[in-house]
Design a binder for this molecule. Structure first.
Ligand SMILES: NC(=O)c1ccc[n+]([C@@H]2O[C@H](COP(=O)([O-])OP(=O)(O)OC[C@H]3O[C@@H](n4cnc5c(N)ncnc54)[C@H](OP(=O)(O)O)[C@@H]3O)[C@@H](O)[C@H]2O)c1
Length: 292
């Protein structure tokens, strides 16, 4: 099969490109410098010229706090660009795989959100990603929209936007004490496992639609940080804080866990639990070091 991958410089995209090639498919992986997804004409030309079976959009405007002062930029990449990609996919007869986020939810629940729960985003980022989902679903019938959360893939060791484990590991290595919220919960998603399941979905032709596909366990960010430090063996000073004391520009859902029930019922393997994911992350991040 032939794939086009947008946002190829990102942490998830690196794992996606590797997974695609390892499975024997061909992939045209385009970084932002090679294709800006907000350039609708270039997107349309690229998809028409390469005539792919799959178009995977891993590009996103992910600066959650900055988006509060740059709503147009967030909407351009996370919403309107997705409309252009979806239209081009429909025209070319390609299947679109697009990623969304747990930030589409308000965070007032105490049990994991399902696809049937009503979104209630609290931030520009959340609104822009929800708009992107809606555009993908409206303009391309052959779509998979996967909601993921707190993605941490080993390529985050060197990609521009990094991830939470790298932040924790960097501070530990520098001996800088950390304060992490213990009253905010998510299902952090191991990027390597997400990449593998993304291709399972495409290859096994799961029914098109919207799915949650995040980590296999609900955890607070404080507990997640502790597990990362413990798995790395790096002595860490991690103190508890809470949402009232640790205020960010963008509002984040207090409880944003996602239930993977629908995608599992469609035959996709369970995501690994947090200990297994963090353990594998620590091993695989060494693979991302530049080769001598
Ligand atoms: N990271 C998370 O915690 C998280 C949580 C929930 C959902 N997600 C979703 O998961 C998907 C993958 O995220 P990720 O963690 O791999 O993000 P990432 O590491 O930040 O990668 C995103 C990539 O998109 C590129 N990009 C930004 N604007 C672009 C544009 N206009 N045209 C082309 N490329 C552009 C970025 O390029 P530059 O490096 O040049 O900026 C970057 O390489 C995204 O849809 C994201 O919203 C991520």
């Amino acid at each position: 099969m032939r794939a086009i991958l947008f946002g190829a410089g990102g942490q998830l995209a690196v794992d996606l490109a590797r997974e695609c090639r390892n499975r024997g498919h061909s992939v045209l992986a385009l970084r932002r410098s090679q294709l800006n997804i907000a350039d609708g004409a270039a997107v349309r030309r690229t998809i028409a010229r390469h005539n792919p079976d799959w178009v995977i959009n891993a590009a996103a405007y992910n600066k959650v706090d900055l988006a509060e002062s740059e709503p147009e930029a967030a909407m351009r990449v996370n919403a309107f660009a997705v409309r252009g990609i979806a239209m081009a996919c429909a025209e070319a007869g390609a299947t679109l795989l697009h990623y969304s986020t747990d930030h589409v939810f308000g965070g007032s629940k105490d049990i994991p959100y399902t696809e049937d729960d009503l979104p209630a985003p609290q931030s520009v980022y959340g609104v822009s990603k929800l708009a992107g989902e809606i555009f993908a679903r409206a303009y391309c019938r052959s779509h998979y929209v996967l909601r993921v959360a707190g993605v941490f893939g080993p390529p985050g060791r060197y990609t521009n936007h990094s991830n939470f484990p790298e932040f924790v590991l960097r501070k530990c290595a520098e001996g800088v004490p950390l304060r992490i919220v213990d009253d905010q919960f998510a299902t952090p998603t191991f990027g390597t496992a997400l990449a593998a399941r993304s291709f399972d979905i495409l290859v096994e032709r799961v029914p098109f639609g919207l799915y949650h596909l995040s980590g296999g366990e609900v955890i607070s960010w404080y507990d997640f940080a502790q597990k990362i430090a413990a798995a790395s063996g790096c002595p860490a000073e991690i103190a508890r804080t809470n949402r009232e004391a640790y205020v960010t520009r963008a509002r984040r859902p207090r409880y944003a866990a996602l239930s993977n029930g629908r995608i599992e019922a469609a035959g996709i393997a369970r995501m690994p639990g947090i200990d297994e994911s963090v353990g594998q992350y620590i091993v695989l991040r060494d693979r991302e070091l530049p080769q001598r």
